[in-house]
Write a protein that binds this ligand. Structure first.
Ligand code: PLP
Length: 462
């Protein structure tokens, strides 16, 4: 299996090369040269299998020769062993025809654990085989950084440095980054905001001497291995609901379009997905675009679902690539226009997008109301992101096709908003109840690129 760039000007890579590279050299994102297809019988045979077995069958055709079967099975088993639920991604029913896919039973209580835990093990095995080490540097507003530190802690082929804005992440998020004691993971509290952290990381990648010197690698949401890991739970959930003999629709709380793009890939692989519904908060560039208003940047407004406070949705480039009939030149042109604020989508591409995707937008008040009403009607306490999904799903549900909404985080990760909406303080799961007692290890550091680089160079294992 070969991977090609959405902008058509970067070398073709194998799976492990694309994973270790992250962003393509032409600025594009890697996609599989061909999306593998499953027959109806192959999908039907996934029924009743463990999550790990479904993961193996779904990932295998994408991985090609990068990992053999024994390696891949070992990687998957280690990735999901630390989850707090035997089903890994259990489904619960909210009401007639509407189901919730709980993706928050991983070590940091958000769906990002599904991809990050897997990519940690994939990196470790790939680097061992090459006899190489890398340094992962990332910026986070909370969820991605904690998931990355949990996934890579203790792996000896990797050092991880996570920059977060000092004083601007929730206490649970901070503690999830500051309490791992393994020497290869480092939380850096930067005196600045999230944009400062992200800008510093970008500068490090653009400084080729530094980049090559520490062998910099990235694991942000554009990494193709992360997207493919998320395809698995569309298969496991659809099959348990009767696929391939029954169609299923999904609603996905969306920020960078990674999670919902995985649903698009599942559909291309033959899974009978009817609609894929994009749910956004007040930062609604994707909803505006899918409603035919073009893709034009606005200002990011902070919300109670902060992991979706995004105005440029990096993985949307992959959806555009397919909507434009895999015309890499057209995508490169659009991304050039985006630099000066945005672009309009051609009529043909718009039709292709609307054939698969619906969308909805939810206000702050509606989010709080959805948390309250869902608790009353089903006993399920939602995080604000999942509540955005549930609200859009209820509005969009038209047919008798079952709807599955992805629950992207545990309510205890966002206790203030949840308590505000419902009057209920969401407790941490028992396996994490001592989070507030664990000792913290953070380096506070100025918003200074030179100081950050010096710190990183001085703290990597050699
Ligand atoms: C990252 C995140 C999202 C958005 O997912 P994308 O793949 O970026 O669309 C939604 N909810 C939570 C809790 C998240 O952490």
């Amino acid at each position: 299996m070969k991977y090609i760039s959405t902008r058509g000007q970067a070398p073709e890579l194998t799976f492990d090369e694309a994973m270790l590279t992250g962003l393509a050299r032409d600025g594009g994102l890697y996609v599989p040269a061909e999306i593998p297809m499953f027959t109806s019988d192959e999908i039907a045979a996934m029924a009743g299998q463990t999550y790990e077995e479904v993961a193996f069958r779904v990932m295998k055709p994408f991985v090609g020769d990068s990992f053999d079967d024994v390696e891949l099975r070992g990687i998957i088993d280690r990735a999901y062993a630390g989850f707090g639920h035997a089903a890994r991604a259990p489904l619960v029913q909210l009401n007639e025809g509407h189901f919730l896919l709980e993706l928050f039973h991983g070590p940091t209580l958000a769906f990002k654990d599904f991809a990050m835990q897997l990519i940690g093990q994939l990196f470790q095995v790939a680097l061992k085989k090459r006899n190489e080490r890398v340094t992962i540097v990332g910026a986070t507003s909370g969820d991605t950084g904690s998931a990355a530190m949990e996934a890579f802690k203790g792996l000896d082929a990797v050092d991880v440095f996570i920059l977060y804005p000092h004083g601007r992440v929730s206490e649970v998020q901070r503690r999830q980054m500051s309490t791992p004691q393994e020497a290869n993971v480092h939380a850096l509290a930067v005196d600045g905001d999230f944009d400062d952290c992200q800008a510093a990381v970008k500068e490090m990648f653009n400084d080729f001497e530094f980049r090559d010197g520490v062998r910099l690698a990235g694991v942000n949401s554009i990494n193709i291995a992360r997207v493919l890991a998320q395809v698995v739970y569309y298969f496991s959930s659809a099959v348990s609901m009767g696929a391939p003999h029954r169609k299923i629709s999904y609603t996905v709380p969306t920020g960078n379009f990674g999670d919902i793009f995985a649903g698009f890939v599942a559909k291309q692989m033959g899974l009978p997905i009817d609609r894929l519904v994009v749910a956004t908060n007040q930062n609604d560039i994707l909803h505006r675009c899918l409603s035919g208003q073009g893709y034009h940047k606005g200002d990011t407004i902070p919300s109670i679902s902060p992991s979706m406070d995004i105005q440029v949705s990096s993985n949307f480039e992959r959806a555009l690539y397919y909507a434009y009939g895999q015309d890499a030149g057209a995508v490169a042109q659009l991304m050039e226009e985006l630099k000066s604020g945005g672009f309009d989508v051609s009529q043909g591409a718009m039709e292709a997008l609307q054939e698969v995707f619906d969308s909805g937008r939810v206000s702050e008040e509606e989010t709080l109301a959805a948390i309250k009403s869902t608790l009353a009607s089903s006993g399920e306490l939602l995080c604000p992101h999942s509540a955005v999904g549930v609200k859009v799903a209820e509005d969009e549900r038209v047919s008798t096709t079952p709807m599955i909404t992805l629950a992207t985080a545990h309510p205890a990760k966002f206790p203030a908003a949840v308590e505000d909406a419902s009057g209920v303080h969401p407790p941490l799961p028992p396996r994490m109840a001592d989070l507030y007692d664990r000792s913290e290890r953070v380096t506070r550091i100025g918003n200074d690129l030179g100081a950050l680089k010096t710190h990183i160079k001085g703290h990597i294992a050699t």
